[in-house]
Ligand binder design. Structure first.
Ligand code: PEP
Ligand code: MG
Length: 578
């Protein structure tokens, strides 16, 4: 076997991580050297050195607090409310539980300040890491970042935050303050070996608009300094040494996204209405609370689908009522006065299937509302938290993957029971919080009139409706060519739902991917759809498309395509119209 010649360019390698902050970067890698194990084997102090070391620690503490205060001020200027992360960090830093423990180590074990900081912060981080609560677990990272701060201050060796030309920074971990400083120094993107969607670094990266992919263990070792990297923060993908064709493809995507963003400014305050003045309501689909800002910036009129699964990721459903309440409440406040449609946990199938949720990975198995009705304690907790958070009257609750109206009836009984309990405890909530169903199975779509009679609103989840109507597992790549939402069978189901909702006089929103597909906009409007909910980033393009359509043409398109026989014929027809 021959050694590869050094003139052969390195092969493209693709890594899938956690999409922690949206955006695309194409740049050179800047690998930030792995921190050495800070655990020092410092010699024991002599008795007369102890007082000096205590003073060094006090000075380092004051210095670290000053540095964090400065970063907090910078963050306040750039990302407003995210600066509160630093307030919390400073409180942790000066918490006597930590500082007294470090001082005691120095005094009683004759440790150097550095060794005492490492021991005590590691101890605290281990306690946080062992918590069953994900929010508390993620605070272990904050403690480690405080450790790095204090040590840098003790050693008088601040981190250098300069690098070149919007580089992609590849790091093992990233503290909140480093995130701010790197972002202000024009980091192109962050690629992290650790972390997740909810770390402070991720929240700040999103606030600064710097793409981030997290959770790629070993990526620093596999990257070349100055090598070309593509970071796709939408998909959570990192491509090392991309082929020229891949670079070209991503350049085009990036340019299209930038153009869309710049067009958006002028479109933002214009209504989403057809050329003949028919208003279409545009809402946003969100997975996480931090995306509320993006929804508002992109002109969403509501949050049409707030997925809640992320709250139970990695847990068996025992996320407490209190934690959920605080999350839903914050969401309601941040979006206020916009309405927010919370979707009850849609667990099973491709979402969070696995060990802790039981063997429910089949799309035809225990999933969504079925699973909630089988796990009453999980359902009751979620309903209680949503009702408690509904006092501002801008929350709605909808249930996924239902196949019979009986499920809705049972859910309404549960809601009434939980509401009765809250009333007995004198807890205020929205007594008329709207309850809706997601039409995602053919059975539900074909009995949309029955659902309309029981619900305050309906939402069409075309991703699943396509999966179940076409009998195609939506996650199976081998079947991708069979999964086509333009199948006339699906369009006919959409028409049936639209007619049922109109007759019942209740709102119907399309919240599946089809809603964002510009090829579909005309035909959906022609089928009578007046509400669309899509990812915030897709709102601008969708509004532009709507403003170029007239309802007569849309109606004709709908009448024509509904008679066609195949998805290919529908696509062909719509392409000709475009
Ligand atoms: C859908 O099925 O269309 C939908 C919006 O829900 P999800 O993609 O979360 O299943
Ligand atoms: Mg769905």
């Amino acid at each position: 076997m021959t050694e590869p010649s050094s003139s052969i360019p390195p092969a493209e390698r693709v890594f899938e991580g956690i999409p922690a902050s949206a955006g695309i970067a194409i740049a050179h890698a800047f690998i930030l050297s792995q921190d050495e194990d800070p655990s020092p084997h410092d010699p024991r102090l002599e008795a007369e050195e102890i007082q000096i070391e205590l003073e060094r620690f006090a000075a380092a503490l004051a210095e670290a607090d000053k540095v964090l205060e400065q970063i907090e001020m910078m963050a306040r200027a750039d990302v407003r409310d995210r600066a509160e992360i630093f307030e919390a960090l400073r409180m942790m830093l000066c918490d006597p539980a930590l500082t007294l423990a470090i001082e005691a180590q120095i005094r009683e074990s004759s440790s150097t300040a550095r060794a005492a900081i490492v021991t005590e912060t590691n101890r605290l981080a281990a306690i946080f890491s062992a918590s069953g609560d994900e929010t508390i677990r993620s605070r272990a990272e904050d403690i480690r970042s405080l450790q790095a701060h204090l040590i840098a201050c003790i050693q008088k060796a601040p981190v250098d935050h300069r690098f070149h030309d919007s580089a992609v920074l590849i790091l093992s971990t990233l503290s909140p303050s480093d995130t701010v400083l790197y972002a202000r120094n024009q980091a192109g993107a962050f690629v992290l070996e650790s972390g997740g969607i909810n770390s402070h670094a991720a929240i700040l990266a999103r606030a600064f608009g710097v793409p981030m992919v997290a959770g790629l263990k070993g990526i620093a070792r596999m990257s070349r300094p100055q090598g070309m990297v593509i970071v796709d923060g939408y998909a959570g993908r990192v491509i090392i040494d991309p082929e020229p064709a891949t670079v070209q493809q991503y350049r085009e995507r990036k340019a299209a996204l930038e153009e869309q963003r710049s067009n958006l400014g002028s479109l933002r305050d214009l209504p989403a209405e057809t050329t003949d003045g028919t208003r279409i309501s545009l809402a946003a689909n969100l997975d996480m609370i931090d995306e509320v800002d993006a929804a508002l910036e992109n002109g969403a009129e509501e949050i049409g689908l707030m997925r809640t699964e992320y709250l139970v990721m990695g847990r068996s459903g025992d996320v407490s009522m209190e934690e959920q309440y605080s999350y839903y409440r914050q969401l309601a406040e941040r979006a206020y006065p916009l309405p927010v449609t919370l979707r009850a946990f849609d667990i099973g199938s491709e979402k969070l299937a696995g060990e802790i949720w039981g063997r429910n990975s089949s799309p035809l198995g225990m999933r969504g509302t079925r699973l909630l009705l089988a796990r009453r304690e999980v359902l009751d907790r979620q309903i209680e938290a949503v009702l408690r958070a509904s006092a501002m009257k801008n929350l709605k609750l909808m249930f996924p993957m239902v196949s019979s109206v009986e499920e809705i009836r049972r859910l309404k009984e549960v809601i009434a029971d939980v509401g009765g309990k809250l009333r007995a405890e004198n807890i205020r909530f929205d007594e008329h919080m709207p309850i809706g169903a997601m039409l995602e199975t053919p059975a539900a779509a074909l009995t949309a009139d029955a659902f309309a009679a029981e619900c305050d609103f309906l939402s069409l989840g075309t991703n699943d409706l396509a999966q179940y109507t076409l009998a195609v597992d939506r996650t199976d790549d081998a079947l991708a060519s069979y999964y086509d939402e333009f199948h006339p069978g699906i369009l006919r189901l959409i028409r049936a739902c639209s007619v049922a909702a109109r007759r019942a006089g209740i709102p119907l929103t399309i919240c599946g991917e089809l809603a964002a597909n510009p090829l579909a906009t005309g035909v959906l409007i022609g089928l009578g759809i007046r509400r669309l909910s899509v990812q915030p980033i897709a709102l601008g393009a969708l509004k532009m498309r709507i403003r170029a359509i007239d309802t007569d043409t849309a109606g004709r398109m709908a009448r024509d395509v509904i008679r066609l026989k195949t998805a290919a014929e529908v696509r062909g027809y719509l392409m000709d119209c475009a």
